[in-house]
Design a protein around this ligand. Structure first.
Ligand code: A3P
Length: 318
């Protein structure tokens, strides 16, 4: 079903970090335009078992390309789906309430078997993944549980990904080099364009809710209402106001159940670095258009070309 190619390209090597290396290009044998870059450990551990995973119609998935506001979306969806259960939300890590399906495949040293965590969750299961559509479980497309997909403009996404890679994975290259790997589709989970297109094309199916990070920034209440409708929930104006405060940038940033401090410490220790919240926090800037302060004109032009190359009718906000 798949071709697993070990790419002979220097750009891939630039992405090697203390815990992600040996990147391969996984493609569909019958359609090589469907491909994704992942570490070999993902192929060894997760590729087949995820493809064959049993899906239930009451699952609620959040799927995104990395750094598009996954964590924010997960908390919003989880709260709305759980009758605004602040007590549990403030006591249980989001990563335990909404586990990350392929985390062990990309970080083999991760202390938990995340696939088993997802499989064995009490129903309804809430599951996060960054995998592109063609690597997700086959039964997702026949059983059709609810899937929330959040997209973000690729320029802010790439910058956010750089900070993640630099601070959490120990990437030593420059931001300019990172953008080059991004637009050449050799980054982990690349290509971003295809990732978004595949969900954009099915966005009108009743079990898919397609959101934009920028819309969440501009009018969170409106996006909360979309999720409520999608999950068949009804809350009062006061409840929606309270939820939006809970989901605000400052609130999420200081919420230890959500802000991933422990994960960051774990990853940084593998990379031989010390965690310093003054320098980096997972909930970092939370801005639309922040790339303008961080990228050179050359990098912005590369990303503009990359976005144009996708040739689909999505309108990103920058
Ligand atoms: P920045 O790095 O641009 O700040 P993910 O969860 O997919 O890894 O996405 C992380 C990005 O979402 C980070 O972007 C983070 O700051 C942003 N984010 C998380 N919660 C947010 C919120 N409540 N408001 C705005 N941005 C948020």
């Amino acid at each position: 079903m798949y071709n697993i190619e070990v790419p002979d390209d220097e750009l891939y090597k630039k992405l090697d970090t203390p815990f992600n290396k040996d990147f391969v290009k996984i493609s569909l044998k019958n359609d090589p335009t469907k491909f994704c870059v992942m570490p070999q450990s993902f192929v060894d551990l997760d590729l087949e078992r995820i493809k064959n995973m049993e899906i239930f119609e009451d699952d609620v998935w959040v799927v995104t390309y990395p750094k598009c506001g996954t964590t924010w979306t997960q908390e919003m969806v989880w709260m709305i789906g759980h009758n605004l259960d602040y007590k549990t939300s403030l006591e249980v890590l989001l990563d335990d309430r909404y586990p990350f399906l392929e985390l062990q495949g990309i970080v083999p040293s991760y202390p938990k078997n995340m696939f088993d965590e997802c499989v064995n969750m009490p129903r309804p299961r809430y599951i996060k993944s960054h995998l592109p559509a063609f690597l997700l479980p086959d039964q997702l497309w026949t059983v059709k549980p609810k899937i929330v997909y959040t997209a973000r403009n690729p320029k802010d996404t790439a910058v956010s990904y750089f900070h993640h890679y630099h601070n959490m994975n120990g990437y030593q290259g420059t931001i300019g080099d990172f953008i080059k790997t991004f637009v050449n589709d050799v980054m982990m989970y690349a290509p971003m364009n295809n990732h978004v297109i595949d969900f954009w094309n099915i966005r009108s199916q009743p079990n898919i809710l397609f959101l934009f990070y920028e819309d969440m920034k501009r009018n969170l209440k409106q996006e909360v209402r979309k999720v409520m409708k999608f999950l068949d929930k009804d809350y009062s104006q006061d409840e929606i106001d309270k939820l939006c405060s809970h989901l605000s940038f400052d609130s999420i940033k200081s919420n230890k159940m959500i802000n991933k401090e422990n994960d960051i410490k774990h990853l940084m220790s593998i990379a031989g670095r010390e965690y310093n919240p003054e320098k980096f926090t997972f909930i970092r800037k939370g801005k639309v258009g922040g790339y303008k302060q961080e990228l050179t004109r050359e990098s912005i032009e590369m990303l503009d070309k990359y976005i144009k190359k996708a040739e689909f009718d999505i309108e990103y906000h920058f």
